[in-house]
Design a protein around this ligand. Structure first.
Ligand SMILES: *Cc1c(COP(=O)(O)O)cnc(C)c1O
Length: 219
């Protein structure tokens, strides 16, 4: 179970961390993967409006019930941040407000097919190890162009940092910020529970936070 007052308290602490590095205007996306609907309700109760989901099934389940728990005007803003599977895009297209994990042209085309003109971020793999999702940095400009060609609105770039000590993510975050600046893209979604400070210092406009808000994930 997710305790609502605990989530509110953790959100307060998270805000202090952000403020300390000048990130008081950074948008916090609450990542509720692995947690149930009560995590969404607790986060909304604490004043968070942006929810991040990694799995289509979980998004469908939570979005289907959240209306019963909240007043209609309090509907969260759903961010899809997981791997995009072609056959799942259609099922969630009517729900997603921002697609953060567009990593290849085929995904862009499929999103545009079911949600014409949707807002997206292009995910870039900035890690040395690779395999954390996203297109290689050499392919960013081309993928941004591909998304636009499909009729999508590219708002910015997204990346997952390096595992391990937060400082390890800095060069990658810096690269992502440089690419966004070159391409004239305003949004930078980078930084998770462990490395929000480094991400904000490097220009994040959005951080995606799970465990720092909800505690350890149950599975
Ligand atoms: C799980 C996840 C997060 C949140 O990670 P925490 O370490 O729990 O804050 C952020 N972004 C993506 C893409 C994720 O999969």
């Amino acid at each position: 179970m997710t305790d609502a007052s605990e989530v509110a308290q953790r959100f307060g602490a998270l805000r202090e961390r952000l403020i300390r590095v000048g990130g008081d205007r950074v948008r916090v996306v609450a990542v509720t993967k692995g947690f149930g609907l009560e995590a969404v309700v607790a986060a909304m109760g604490a004043g968070l409006v942006d929810m991040g989901e990694n799995y289509a099934q979980e998004l469908l389940a939570k979005a289907g019930h959240v209306g019963e728990e909240l007043e209609a005007e309090l509907r969260p803003c759903w961010h899809f941040i997981g791997r995009l599977q072609r056959n799942k895009i259609r099922k969630i297209a009517h729900l997603v407000d921002l697609w953060q994990s567009v990593d290849r042209p085929e995904a862009a085309v499929e999103i545009a097919r079911w949600a014409p003109g949707a807002r997206v971020l292009v995910q870039v793999d900035i890690t040395d190890i690779g395999g954390r999702g996203g297109c290689p940095p050499e392919g960013t400009a081309q993928l941004v162009a591909g998304c636009r060609q499909a009729g999508l609105e590219v708002a910015g770039l997204m990346a997952v940092g390096e595992p391990g000590p937060p400082e390890r993510s800095r060069p990658g975050f810096r690269l992502l910020a440089a690419q966004a600046a070159d391409l004239g893209l305003p949004e930078l979604s980078m930084g998770m529970s462990a490395d929000i400070e480094v991400a904000v210092e490097e220009g994040a406009t959005m951080v995606r936070v799970g465990t720092a808000l909800f505690g350890p994930r149950p599975r």
